[in-house]
Structure formats: structure tokens, C-alpha cells
Write a protein of this length. Structure first.
Length: 164
């Protein structure tokens, strides 16, 4: 609510050009803003910040979840995991998002459609699955060793529930 891009305060010219040359960031779908998109929540989709069911936001932050794009490489999607998913260490899990199918789907394309989506990501040997039972709820589970094929994707009592 109170974020801004500091480059907006510089006039066109040598100083702004020099600062812009220091930024090491990819562009995403025609994005021209060097600061990226700060607020990535897209209501009704899986993209954005999720709060562990039964807890309060924002503190403490560590049990929560974010399904967003990297601020450095926006072409990469990131599952940012705190401490709530027992099979995953706290940290970032990246992948290149796709616009079709159920594997590595772009977060903004995932809605409460009854489909289970799977993600093969960095730092995890298996598949992370998600679904949205409704527009404000997300289920997620890490399946160690699971393939990227959807035939074995199913939620168990180990799923973790998040809400907006």
C-alpha cells in the first residue's frame, strides 16, 4: 500500500540512465518498470500471498506462503515457502511458468476450477501440487519423488490449507 519505485523520483537524463544500467533484472511480458510489480495478488487466482488457515497476517510471517514472480527474474515463478509445509525447507522454489496444461502453470491462470496443478521446481525432488477449492482457499502439498505427470497427483491428510 505504501511501496513505490525510487526511480520515479529521477528526471530523464544521465543520473537516471546511470542508475538504470545498474539494475540486473529481466523483463516479463513487456514490463518496462525496473522495480517490477510490488503487489502481485490477483484475486480469484492462486497468484499472491496466502495466510496459513487459522493464523493471522502478517506476523509472524514464517508460516505463510507466496505464489509470485521473482523480482529479479520475473520470467521465473516462485513458490515462497515458510515453515508450514513439512516436506519443504523454508525458502524459494523456482520454475518457468507455462500458459497451458496442469504442470508448471502460471499462477494467475489457476482458479477454483477443481483441477490439481503440479510444479516441478528447483531444490525439491518431487512435485508440489496445488488446487483452489474456492476463490479464497488454496490447498498445497509436496509429494517427494512424484513425477511431473498428473496421474498420481492426489491430496492426502498432509495437505496444508491457506486462505486470503
Amino acid at each position: 500500500m505504501h511501496a513505490f519505485c525510487p526511480f520515479d523520483y529521477y528526471a530523464e537524463g544521465d543520473v537516471l540512465d546511470g542508475l538504470m544500467n545498474l539494475i540486473e533484472r529481466d523483463l516479463w511480458f513487456g514490463d518496462a518498470d525496473p522495480c517490477a510489480t510490488v503487489f502481485q495478488d490477483v484475486p480469484g487466482t492462486s497468484q499472491g500471498c496466502w495466510i496459513l488457515e487459522g493464523t493471522e497476517w502478517p506476523h509472524p510471517e514464517d508460516p505463510h506462503l507466496s505464489l509470485v514472480h521473482s523480482s529479479i527474474q520475473p520470467s521465473q515463478a516462485v513458490i515462497s515457502v515458510g515453515t508450514s509445509i513439512s516436506e519443504l525447507e523454508s525458502g524459494l522454489y523456482e520454475f518457468t511458468p507455462l500458459r497451458t496444461g496442469t504442470a508448471n502453470r502460471n499462477f494467475e491462470d489457476i482458479t477454483a476450477d477443481g483441477v490439481i496443478y503440479g510444479f516441478r521446481v528447483s531444490r525439491f525432488d518431487g512435485t508440489i501440487i496445488v488446487t483452489m477449492p474456492d476463490a479464497d482457499t488454496l490447498w498445497i502439498e509436496a509429494l517427494p519423488g512424484a513425477s511431473s505427470c498428473c496421474d498420481i497427483w492426489a491430496f492426502s491428510d498432509q495437505k496444508v490449507v491457506f486462505e486470503r
